[in-house]
Design a protein around this ligand. Structure first.
Ligand SMILES: C[S@@+](CC[C@H](N)C(=O)[O-])C[C@H]1O[C@@H](n2cnc3c(N)ncnc32)[C@H](O)[C@@H]1O
Length: 364
């Protein structure tokens, strides 16, 4: 049996003594040549890595192609964004600063305001703005067209709305069809786009323009009115029977979500509230609707904490932290708040605010 030895007692043979490398001018010269070559190789490798890092995570506005996605023309949709390679769940596919921000409600003429903001853009940024589509008012020109482009492409950024030329190329998909979500990072003043589902190479990268937890006809009517297109996404194209079942699930998810507000008005106990959250989760799983999972689990954290249930609070916070990180990014305030509750469940602001009662833990 081999004896355990420490280094000092090692019986391994002594390593060979290093050969003095820099003793002659020739040796010194070849050392510097090798040093130079290694430095260049490391430098080039580093630059390539840095370029790919920028491409994946911190793009400057105006790019239409990165290592991860490209903007292409798609039949019947204008432009859209397509994955250039498999994208794993939780990947940040894009960070983007706005061309400009506008308050969500303004007193002055919106046309005039947008025109003035566009006139202040650099020529390159103005080109990016002019390249955007404007389906809400296709025949418009001049200031009206600038307003139409803003209406078609604006994305909420805190209490403002902004124009983000890359994110603006994301087309819409309903319930199980959309695979990315964006989140305004107020600290960095940039939009973060996260893949909350795995996306295969060649697949279209889709966001959602509306709450799609409603029946297909209603969704289509809304999208036609607000964005001027008839939705034929994978959910809207389901055969009649499957479409009916999908509609039923979505309507039930929506009904249960509004029923949950009864806990807020103290008309529902903590056990029932967490039971409803588990039901919504299950329906979402059946539907393939993975969005909003972080906030659903966060609602359960609130219920469990208010009823003073430490173990359930921590378990729901673990789920919330996981899904906030996937959908909003690990540096999002939401993911950080959930991480704090995992460490100290009793630090939740609602801790013990209601009578103590057992609540359900995650049932998945
Ligand atoms: C924010 S833009 C998206 C990018 C746009 N396709 C482009 O070419 O720049 C919104 C417009 O894209 C089109 N669009 C988005 N999702 C679509 C879909 N699922 N099917 C057809 N057209 C869609 C509609 O014309 C909509 O008004």
């Amino acid at each position: 049996m081999a004896k355990r030895t420490n280094k000092r007692q090692s019986t391994l043979p002594e390593p060979p003594k290093p050969v003095p490398a820099l003793e002659t001018p020739v040796a010194r010269a070849s050392f510097f040549t090798i040093y130079l070559i290694i430095t260049i190789i490391i430098g080039l490798g580093g630059a390539a890595w840095y370029r790919s890092y920028l491409e994946e995570s911190n793009l400057s506005s105006g790019e239409t192609e990165t290592a991860v996605w490209k903007v292409v023309e798609l039949p019947g949709k204008g432009f859209g964004m397509v994955a250039k390679r498999n994208i794993s769940q939780g990947t940040t596919i894009l960070r983007e600063k706005p061309l400009f921000l506008v308050p969500a409600s303004i007193r002055e003429s919106p046309e005039r305001l947008i025109a003035s903001l566009v006139s202040q853009l650099s020529p390159e940024k103005r080109r990016q703005f002019n390249a955007l589509s404007h389906h809400s008012n296709p025949d418009s020109t001049g200031e009206a067209q600038m307003l139409a482009k803003t209406q078609t492409n604006a994305i909420s950024a805190g209490d403002m709305i902004g124009i983000f030329p890359n994110t603006a190329r994301l087309n819409h998909g309903c319930s199980s069809a959309f695979n990315v979500a964006y989140n305004w990072a107020a600290g960095e003043q940039e939009l973060v786009v996260q893949a909350f589902k795995p996306i295969m190479e060649g697949e279209e990268i889709l966001t959602t323009y509306t709450d799609t937890k409603r029946p297909r006809d209603e969704r289509r009517q809304y999208l036609q009115g607000a964005y001027n297109f008839f939705c034929t996404c994978s959910v809207c194209s389901l055969p009649p029977e499957e479409s009916k079942r999908s509609d039923e699930r979505l309507v039930e998810m929506s009904r249960l979500k509004s029923k949950l507000s009864e806990w807020g008005s103290k008309d529902m106990g903590g056990g029932e509230a967490t039971n409803i959250i588990n039901k919504i989760w299950k329906l979402g799983e059946e539907e393939g609707y993975w969005s909003e999972r972080g906030s659903l689990a966060w609602d359960a954290v609130q219920v469990a904490a208010a009823h003073g249930q430490e173990d359930a609070t921590r378990r729901w916070a673990l789920v919330a932290e996981k899904w906030f990180s996937i959908e909003l990014g690990p540096n999002s305030l939401q993911a950080k708040d959930a991480a704090n509750i995992i460490r100290r469940p009793k630090s939740h602001p609602s801790w013990g605010a209601r009578y103590r009662v057992k609540v359900e833990s995650p049932a998945f």
